[in-house]
Design a protein around this ligand. Structure first.
Ligand code: GLC
Length: 400
């Protein structure tokens, strides 16, 4: 039965990716996360699309990344949104750039390119994409860590990809319970502020919002290592060493600044004040291999498998029940999302938690089977919420 179910989910995943595929005027293809709700290109979404398609449709995966790189900003930043075709009134946000946003999203792009290389052996594609990707990581290392403290800062919650996560309530000066419009208004102020700062993130924008986020930095570490591997393949040995050194410096800084009694918290401001809000992000250090076996075990036993925290009928909620902000229907405030599931699947697999990883995979399949390719899912009922024909369910193709 499971086999039949899986086959149809695989087919549906490919179908959603195909029907959301669009072409730019330059003939590149890219994929809308959801044609109805998200009619543009998004950075981490496109990395997910490329990862899901690397093995079966490598040309499409290649193009998805090329489209992203073609709109890199002069600073090296890869914008989190590209408005290939404007849809009136949809995400009409005054970013300060005509065709793109002016902020970024978690840097999964080295992993995405590596997946294409692993599937095809196409070294020319690595050579083609490496300079722009290196430039992006150098931007993050310089402009988002201007004082050389080895943690990468984000200047807007949207840069985490988890727009309304309660990890950002305190830095936004919002209570644990508030409305979506209240949240959006604060984030819009940050957009205005960044534009008024003339996009000077390291010295101007960061005065208002400056968060060292756990998942962003874990993704950075893992992707710096992958980029180092790419540099090695291309014979760029000095850069390879440099990238590896940065990844271990960030790892050390995360441990020094974020850990408290076994939990790693995001920090805010120049004082590195810990934001003591639990979310699925407490497991994210495992994605970068940062925890000892004992530290991982502590989280799995006390949090992952604890019904008062993260153990729910449909898997790992983005925010645990014990938090004041927990809302099983909220936006990054409780529901299960396929992106966090996919990160956790790999994090748990890497640590040898094969049962936990397999459970994430089967829970993900069960949610897609029950509710279709929705944006997010109520962890208690499995009900689908938000956007329809949403692509992230295709990440199950990469849970193996
Ligand atoms: C929402 C999500 C963000 C995603 C975008 C497009 O803004 O919070 O992570 O990239 O939708 O899917």
């Amino acid at each position: 039965m499971i086999v039949a179910t899986e086959r149809s989910i695989t087919e549906q995943a490919i179908d959603v990716l195909r029907s959301n595929r669009r072409r730019t005027k330059d003939g590149l293809t890219y994929t809308l996360p959801s044609a109805d709700s998200y009619p543009y290109q998004w950075l981490w979404d496109s990395c997910f699309h490329a990862i899901a398609l690397a093995a079966s449709e490598p040309d499409v995966a290649r193009s998805e990344i090329r489209a992203l790189l073609s709109r890199q900003l002069p600073s090296g930043l890869l914008p989190h949104m590209i408005y290939w075709e404007r849809v009136n009134g949809v995400y009409d946000i005054p970013w300060g750039y005509p065709e793109t946003s002016s902020i970024t999203q978690p840097p999964f792009i080295a992993e995405a390119v590596m997946r294409v290389y692993k599937a095809t052996g196409d070294q020319a594609y690595l050579s083609e994409t490496y300079p722009a990707i290196l430039n992006y990581f150098l931007y993050l290392l310089q402009d988002r860590d201007p004082r050389g403290n080895h943690l990468i800062g984000i200047i807007n919650p949207d840069e985490s990809g988890e727009d309304d996560s309660p990890r950002f309530d305190k830095p936004l000066d919002l209570p644990a319970r508030h409305t979506l419009p209240e949240n959006f208004a604060r984030r819009l102020m940050l957009v205005d502020h960044h534009r008024n700062c003339n996009f000077d993130a390291p010295f101007c924008t960061k005065k208002v919002f400056w968060v060292k986020d756990v998942p962003f930095n874990a993704v950075m570490i893992r992707n710096l290592k992958v980029l180092a591997e790419i540099a090695g393949i291309l014979g760029e040995n000095k850069e390879m060493e440099n990238l590896l050194a940065h990844s271990s410096e960030i790892a050390d800084a995360m441990r020094a600044r974020m850990e408290e009694e076994g939990i790693w918290y995001s920090t805010m401001g120049e004082s590195y004040e810990k934001i003591r809000v639990k979310s699925w992000a407490i497991f994210a250090p495992m994605y970068a291999g940062l925890l000892s076996k004992e530290e991982a075990e502590f989280l799995i036993e006390n949090y992952l498998n604890n019904a008062d925290e993260f153990a729910t009928p449909f898997g790992v909620p983005t925010v645990p029940k014990s938090e004041k902000s927990y809302d099983p229907d909220g936006f990054w405030r409780g529901p299960v999302w396929m992106a966090s599931n996919w990160v956790l699947y790999h994090a748990f697999s890497d640590y040898g938690y094969t049962d936990e990883a397999e459970k994430i995979r089967t829970d993900s399949l069960a949610l897609l089977e029950k509710s279709g390719f929705r944006e997010r899912f109520n962890p208690e009922t499995g009900e689908g919420l938000g956007a329809h024909q949403f692509t992230w369910g295709a990440l199950v193709l990469d849970m193996k």
